[in-house]
Design a protein around this ligand. Structure first.
Ligand code: TRH
Length: 379
């Protein structure tokens, strides 16, 4: 039987989240579900950061079982796929959309939306939007955290691999060795720090410096790096740099290939994450995490932050839930990060246990399976 075809369109707006989600989805549909996937991306350089084997000069290439197309303004005339996914409301070229309507059977057209834990998502998931002139509907597909949403991206064996890694001390030791980071000492806390510029950064680093335990901070190269470098009085900084002040030491890591980033999240005790995709990966890692949400001008991001916080902390003791709330708020433009950090770190065992159950519950709702189910029902 001929494999079902799928076109994913990704326009890179900012950072790595858009391509991060699309690349993950493309690999999963191709490698776990046998679809013939073409991924159209307008910015191959950003993509190349997550997938170093990509040749950014090529307009067409196959990578990890996915056909990657450089999406330039005029699309070549191609047969549209059975399943067409426009990521994050990107504009799919008009001639291609017209061809989708003519296809027999017509293409099933989804707009993959940004992730949000807000209540309204359940009501909007899978709603159709009829095309104004063509006999074709676009459906809104909302990822999410509850059973009535489209679920989350999760590779079929991820939780098993994570558990194996987290219960294997020598695999972890080997991992730290591969990064050139010293092995753990008693009482030390390992923290990964992936974020944007942050007003609370200096206060947090100072709290770590003067804390009672050694904090080893693993910092991927990127937007948070200049602030951390300034804290240590360094005028330039890059992967491989190491700094220490008091009880804080920092190792600057290269931005690694997407699958390798999971290992960092699995190996650390606490993870600072941002945006969308790294936030989900931190939840699969089942370690306490602090989310720096992608900021929006009108402050609506704080409602999204609180929506996930509410869902995630349900079932935790009130004191722990409040600590998570204060920690997330202080890291997203609020105050008092130094004090809250001490409380947060003290609760980390409770949070780690909770995180494992939370990941297990979320894993019941797979975005890729939901997409395929929708395709079967709609075709
Ligand atoms: O890069 P981001 O800030 O992306 C953001 C968000 O997606 C936001 O919702 C969106 O509106 C905005 O872009 C335009 O954060 P995010 O979503 O966590 O994406 C980062 C990706 O980078 C993720 O797929 C993990 C990956 N990554 C690596 O591959 N290697 C690394 O070393 C690190 C640190 C991350």
């Amino acid at each position: 039987m001929q494999a079902k075809s799928c076109d994913i369109f990704c326009s890179v707006v900012d950072n790595y989240g858009d391509i991060g989600v699309c690349w993950r989805l493309a690999r999963q549909l191709a490698n776990e579900h046998g679809l013939q996937v073409r991924l159209w991306v307008d910015d191959l350089r950003s993509f190349g950061k997550l997938c170093p084997e990509l040749d950014v000069e090529l307009d067409i290439q196959i990578c990890r079982g996915v056909e990657i197309r450089h999406w330039v303004s005029v699309l070549p005339a191609v047969e549209p796929a059975a399943l067409v996914i426009g990521a994050f409301a990107c504009d799919i070229p008009k001639p291609y959309v017209e061809a989708m309507a003519l296809r027999q059977p017509k293409s099933v057209w989804l707009n993959l939306e940004y992730l949000s834990a807000e209540d309204w998502v359940e009501g909007c998931h899978q709603l159709p939007s009829p095309h104004p002139t063509l006999p074709l509907s676009k459906y809104f597909f909302f990822p999410g955290f509850t059973a009535k949403t489209g679920g989350l991206l999760l590779e079929h064996d991820l939780l098993v691999r994570r558990e194996a890694f987290q219960s294997d001390a020598s695999a972890q030791a080997e991992y730290w060795h591969s990064l050139g980071v010293p092995q753990r000492v008693d009482g030390e806390l390992r923290v990964s720090l992936f974020g944007y510029e942050n007003e609370a950064m200096e206060a947090l680093l100072t709290a770590w410096e003067h804390g009672s335990h050694l904090v080893t901070c693993l910092l991927p190269e990127g937007r948070a790096l200049p602030q951390v470098a300034t804290f240590f009085g360094a005028s330039t900084a890059s992967a491989g740099d190491e700094w220490q002040r008091g009880n804080l030491r920092v190792f600057v890591l290269p931005f690694v290939e997407q699958e390798q980033y999971d290992l960092l999240l699995w190996a650390c005790d606490v993870n600072f994450v941002r945006g969308e995709d790294s936030c989900v990966r931190a939840q699969w890692a089942a370690k306490p995490f602090i989310w720096q949400i992608y900021p929006q001008h009108d402050g609506v991001h704080l409602e999204k932050l609180e929506a996930l916080r509410r869902l995630y902390t349900a079932g935790l003791p009130e004191e722990t839930a409040q600590t998570v709330q204060k920690m997330w708020l202080s890291w997203n433009g609020g105050q008092g990060v130094a004090t809250v950090w001490r409380d947060f770190a003290a609760q980390r065992m409770v949070l780690a246990k909770h995180g494992a159950g939370w990941a297990q519950r979320l894993s019941q709702n797979s975005l890729a399976l939901n997409l395929l189910d929708f395709l079967r029902r709609t075709e």
